[in-house]
Design a protein around this ligand. Structure first.
Ligand code: MOS
Length: 727
């Protein structure tokens, strides 16, 4: 089904199942420990062996020699795979560094071997006996010191790396009120709960990999490319994922090494990265240095806005796209943005938790707060004054929907924004108390997505798609969609996900998954409705699917009756036309935060948070709220705690575990509220929904930073805002 005209009234609009706060249908599997996560797969028939990854202990250079003698002779060892004996390997389209390194080493903890043994303990012991001698070469590890060598990275995510409208330099120079400030965000780790894990098993020339991956079709393709086998020889299964955050968008080393280990061992092999390996072996969000210049008239109209960002990555890598939101968020006649990239020999940078906007807004929305203060205008009002209903760089393109101002107004009222005091002036016992706010912005991407639906003789509707559930509720909203479309209750729907044998979905990433994948299910159900109506002798145009019945005129037939002669199966994909190109599709919100800062120790505590979100139709308010409060929590992490510490001499992230890489815990997040504006976006999809998960994180960091400023009168422009920076 091609979606190329705005959605009219359709069966989803009945909202009997869709749009209702609904518990996750996969919840009981998780709470009873019966959901098979990647590392749980074990087939007693398959005589599983265990692989342990050996990571490089230099950041850049070559393997001079490798001595496998002691490891091979260790008890239980079945096979050792290195680049020397792995056979010809290709590279996945979406991998920057090789997943099995050697002789060249591209980054610290790049895998150089997998040791396979009868038990995990034997594999781990033998892996410690692998002796590697390296010839290290000089690398670049310190972003600030190599920033001046930055290059134009070319197109980034389909957009040019630079943009320019009007005369930014001239308008900024002559602006009556000006801000020119620099901001720093550090490297971040996904640090999701479930480390990367895979079990691989070969059957002849075909390999099956049970894994933990957000994008089954990308993973299958890249594993086939890397193994240099046809894609139909690779099956990937990933029904449950313990968090991805972007770290599982792409094929990673453990899946490749499980496949190579299994081939070498002639039996199924399980490989899991250890927590300390994840931080340097896999990907991370690159650090940024950002410069923002804003010029405005005394009454608060922005006349010039400029945003530049520098980040680093391995050769052939890309920049953190931290300026893209600045092209769309506020009106101004004179504008410039630029992304600059330097080569760093740190581990591969890639997408993490709202890549681009999350760190970009951590700078932009603090700059907006600083500018509002210079102007003596309330920060909410300053954003209202500079709202736009069209793409400020291409005014002929309107937003499909843009409710930023409504979110900010409702948020301000709900939060009690009018009670905000002057910086450093509000006390509650030992606490200096402050409020901060920021706009939230994240684009709404849509991706082609397919599904297969089956009606059986018992009236059950079975949905199959390779869509993944990364812990966010995909099973449930897909079930809700099929139930609504077929006129049945949710308990009559079975949802099967995360298997490359199923039709190719959008996958989970970039907050495109919910809207795109349910639209694919919508398309498949439209076909199934036609087939059912045909079977029952109804005209599909006026058949009503409701309460487990199909009705037309005064005839009323149980849905199951259509399948008495055999299951009815329909498959289709939603393909998006140009609506997202003719109209800018984005999601909007307002984040409001109150913090307390201990007047003696500068300990910073978040006291309460509010998000107001405008994201089109909310398919399941319960799981959507969970997504947003998760994003808000990540935003607090980015503002106050999360930072990969770079060893700028040896070139690796030092704090590679959850003791050293700090994330918020329950005690850090006392109170969160989420409000969804009641809106639908017919330009976005037949579901009239948009992404919402990543909107939850976008802007939060700045709202926290602005609240810390309001509490203390101290402006910190280098994240995370730890108490030492206030003392
Ligand atoms: Mo998200 S960082 O696109 O998984």
């Amino acid at each position: 089904m091609k979606f190329d005209t705005p959605a009219g009234t359709n069966p989803i609009d009945r909202l009997k199942v869709v749009g209702k706060a609904t518990d996750r249908i996969d919840g009981p599997f998780k709470t009873t420990g019966t959901a098979p996560y990647a590392n749980d797969w074990h087939d007693p028939q398959a005589k599983l062996a265990y692989g342990v990854v050996v990571g490089a202990t230099i950041a850049k250079g070559r393997i001079a020699s490798m001595d496998l003698g002691a490891a091979k002779a260790a008890p239980g060892v079945v096979a050792i795979v290195t680049a020397d004996n792995a056979g010809k390997l290709g590279k996945g389209k979406l991998n920057t560094a090789k997943l099995l390194g050697g002789p060249e080493i591209e980054h610290y903890h790049q895998a150089v071997a997998v040791v396979v043994a009868e038990t995990f303990e034997q594999a781990r012991a033998a892996a410690a006996l692998v002796k590697v001698k390296y010839t290290a070469t000089e690398g670049a590890f310190d972003l600030a010191s190599v920033k001046d060598g930055a290059k134009d990275p070319g197109d980034v995510q389909g957009s040019p790396s630079s943009s320019s409208v009007g005369d930014f330099a001239g308008a900024f120079a002559s602006a009556p009120v000006k801000l020119d400030e620099s901001y720093e965000t550090p490297d971040h780790a996904h640090a999701m709960m479930e480390p990367h894990a895979s079990v691989a098993s070969w059957d002849g020339d075909k390999v099956t990999v049970w894994t933990s991956n957000q994008m089954i079709a990308w993973g299958t393709r890249d594993l086939a490319l890397t193994l240099d086998v046809p894609q139909e020889k690779v099956r990937m299964v990933s029904p449950f994922i313990g968090g991805g955050f972007g770290g599982k968008l792409f094929l990673r080393s453990e899946a490749l090494l499980a496949a190579l280990g299994a081939r070498a061992a002639g039996r199924a092999v399980k490989v899991a990265l250890t927590r300390p390996q994840m931080f340097n072996n896999t990907t991370h969000r690159p650090a940024t240095l950002q410069r923002i210049r804003i010029g405005a008239t005394p009454d608060g109209k922005i006349t010039a806005i400029g945003h530049e960002s520098w980040s680093g990555d391995l050769p052939e890598g890309g920049p953190e796209a931290a300026v893209l939101q600045t092209r769309l968020l506020y009106a101004a006649p004179n504008r410039m943005t630029a992304l600059r990239l330097v080569v760093l020999d740190l581990p591969e940078g890639n997408a993490m938790r709202a890549p681009g906007e999350a760190p970009g807004l951590m700078a932009l929305e603090v700059a907006m707060d600083e500018m509002a203060e210079k102007l003596g205008i309330d920060p909410v009002r300053f954003r209202e004054i500079n709202d736009t209903q069209v793409d400020p760089e291409k005014p002929e393109r309107a937003f499909s929907q843009r409710s930023l101002v409504a979110c900010l107004r409702q948020g301000a009222e709900r939060f009690g924004w009018d009670k905000r005091g002057k910086p450093g002036q509000v006390r509650d016992g030992r606490w200096l108390v402050g409020m901060g706010m920021a706009s939230a912005f994240r684009n709404n991407m849509v991706l082609k997505s397919a599904a297969r639906v089956r009606l059986d003789g018992k009236g059950m509707v079975i949905v199959e798609t390779d869509m993944t559930d990364i812990g966010n509720g995909s099973y449930t909203i897909i079930g809700q969609t099929a139930a609504e479309m077929m006129g049945v209750t949710l308990d009559k729907v079975i949802v099967r996900l995360g298997d490359s044998d199923f039709p190719v979905s959008s996958g989970s990433g970039g907050q495109f998954g919910a809207n795109s994948s349910t639209s694919g299910v919508y398309a498949a159900c439209m076909k199934l409705r036609e087939a059912v109506a045909g079977k029952l002798g109804f005209n599909s145009a006026d058949a009503v699917f409701e309460d487990g019945q199909v009705r037309s005129g005064n005839r009323n037939v149980p849905l199951a009756q259509a399948a008495t002669g055999g299951d009815i199966v329909a498959e289709d994909a939603i393909e998006f036309g140009d609506l997202d190109k003719t109209h800018q599709q984005s999601t909007f919100g307002g984040h409001f935060v109150e913090v307390g800062v201990d007047v003696a120790t500068a300990e910073i505590r978040v006291r309460r948070m509010l998000a107001v979100c405008a994201s089109g139709r909310i398919l399941n308010p319960k799981s959507a709220r969970s997504q947003v409060i998760g994003g808000m929590t990540m935003g607090v992490g980015a503002a106050l705690m999360e930072e990969l510490a770079v060893d700028t001499k040896r070139g690796y992230f030092v704090n590679h575990d959850l003791a050293g890489y700090e994330v918020p815990v329950h005690a850090d997040i006392p109170h969160q509220e989420v409000i969804f504006l009641d809106e639908v976006d017919p330009m976005s999809s037949p579901m009239k929904a948009k992404g919402v998960g990543e909107l939850g994180i976008c802007g939060v960091g700045a709202a926290v930073a602005n609240a810390v400023y309001n509490a203390t009168g101290l402006r910190v422009r280098d994240y995370p805002i730890t108490l030492d920076k206030l003392l």
